[in-house]
Design a protein around this ligand. Structure first.
Ligand code: NAP
Length: 278
């Protein structure tokens, strides 16, 4: 199969490495010549160009630029596409992408490989990044069964785990387990930083260890990614944050009332509820 990839960064480059290893021909497009050159040198693509016209012969095109660029790239790409080309994306939110993209190109199916690292760019691309990871596909009633099968086969080539759901269900689910934690973790860091006594602040920074490293990791990551999650998954994230704030208020109330039995039961429940998420 001839696969086109637009956006040769961590995700686009990693997909190219794995699909080439499976015998697919991979054509890549990225904005910078240096990225295209490195993608060829690293073996992520067979050919690369800054010109979307390179993808005219592709059977499947995977859009891997930052979220805000996915729809504009599709618009720029369509004059070059063959009518039967199947297009998908890898964006971390789905509804805001799938609705305009499918409207524009009916043979568009949303996708989200749920693997990554803290690094960015073509140098960060790695073989086997998606092995065992969830890969969500979000077909709609417009989607052709044959197109969905084509994508499922490509995801299987990555040894990732296919999950199929609606774009809306995806966004609500990732709001709970990915986007809410980023905002909670960011707020945790900001709150600790509000300690007024510089000596206490310095002591806290010195004492911070594995627990703080775990709970602050996602809030201390790439600000652009966090902003895009908020902008493009605003409704689901707001709903999750509202429920979370109610939970925090509840904990504050138990502390104020010294209601230790109820707090203990709550912590017992959260201890039991954690494993199914992991
Ligand atoms: P990245 O490493 O920064 O790669 C994105 C690449 O896209 C950049 O290297 C850039 O290459 C290229 N690019 C930017 N604008 C472009 C445009 N208009 N046309 C063509 N190429 C363009 O980012 P990433 O982590 O791979 O994320 C890419 C997508 O994957 C995002 O939509 C994100 O939501 C999704 N995703 C990310 C993760 C993660 O953990 N990182 C996980 C799952 C999904 P140039 O240097 O050539 O400009």
């Amino acid at each position: 199969m001839i696969i086109g990839i637009v956006g040769l960064g961590l995700i686009g480059g990693s997909l190219g490495l794995d699909w080439r290893a499976q015998g697919h021909q991979v054509l890549g497009v990225s904005r910078q010549t240096s990225t295209c050159q490195r993608a060829i040198e690293r073996g992520a693509v067979d050919q690369a160009s800054q010109d979307l016209g390179l993808l005219a012969s592709a059977d499947v095109i995977v859009l891997c630029p930052p979220i805000a660029q996915i729809f504009p790239v599709l618009q720029a790409l369509t004059p070059h596409l063959s009518p039967q080309a199947l297009v998908t994306d890898v964006g971390s939110v789905k509804t805001a992408i799938v609705l305009p993209c499918q409207d524009h190109w009916p043979r568009f199916i949303g996708g989200h490989p749920m693997a990554g690292t803290a690094e960015q760019g073509i140098e960060a691309a790695e073989r086997g990044l998606f092995v065992g990871a969830p890969y969500v596909l979000t077909p709609t009633e417009q989607t052709l069964a044959a197109d969905l099968d084509t994508l499922i086969n490509l995801v299987n080539d990555l040894q990732a785990q296919v999950h199929i759901c609606s774009p809306e269900a995806h966004d609500q689910a990732v709001a709970w387990i990915s986007h809410l934690p980023v905002m909670v973790s960011a707020s945790l860091i900001a709150t600790c930083g509000q300690e007024a006594d510089p000596q206490i602040l310095a002591l806290a920074q010195t004492l911070a260890s594995s627990g703080f490293r775990d709970t602050s990791r996602v809030g201390g990551g790439n600000p652009e990614l966090g902003l895009m999650m908020a902008q493009f998954n605003r409704t689901a994230l707001l709903q999750s944050l509202t429920v979370y704030r109610q939970a925090l208020d509840q904990v504050v109330q138990w502390l104020q009332q010294e209601d230790w039995a109820v707090l203990y039961q709550y912590l017992q429940r959260t201890q039991a509820e954690r494993p199914p998420f992991l």
